[in-house]
Design a protein around this ligand. Sequence first.
Ligand code: DX5
Ligand code: ZN
Length: 216
Amino acid sequence: MIKVAPSLLSANFACLKDDIEKIENGKADWLHYDVMDGHFVPNISFGYSILKDVSKVTNLFLDVHLMISEPQKYVDEFIKSGANLIVFHIEAMENKEDTLALIHHIKENNVQVGISIKPNTPVDAIQDYLSLLDVVLVMSVEPGFGGQSFKEIALAKIKDLDTRRKENNDRYLIEVDGGINETTGKKCKDAGVDVLVAGSYIFNSDDYAQRIASLK
Ligand code: DX5
Ligand code: ZN
């Protein structure tokens, strides 16, 4: 069964609690929380103090997507603030040693761990870590903004990951993020995806439940 993870980035920040209740009642599976630092990506969103407040008003699984430089510096704050899954970008890491240390650190805190790859980053860049991961997040837009259009290059990567997963008996979920709507979501499901992130498609609508259902 496909999981749908509405991205809070497209919610109304002045009414977060209402919007979170609506997606929770609308049968969202996860809540996708986009953290942007104005450095790794050219936009600033929200950080860990807002996550802490959000965690108190929802039972949704908190999927934290860190689009920040030096994620190892801030990861403990996100863990303390209630993250259930922390996804960092491979492009933000300097070397293999730091990447492995960060994966193990997150797991030792009983939080799930994922790595994300930007549209131009090949799956091979994360091959060495796949067996350790709970989630691989394939970006289908350049990270930084909601409302962009889906890049087809993500489909080949989803298929590739699904094949590697079967070959190696790995258990990570494949998640896709950016430009997801009913049509692009269907293509990703056919390619083998497990989790669809959707921001503007869900929140730019009057009926979140209908939009969530249309992705399943
Ligand atoms: C983009 C973010 C996405 C974004 C998706 O950098 O990681 O999660 O909110 O928004 P839509 O679904 O509008 O492309
Ligand atoms: Zn995201």
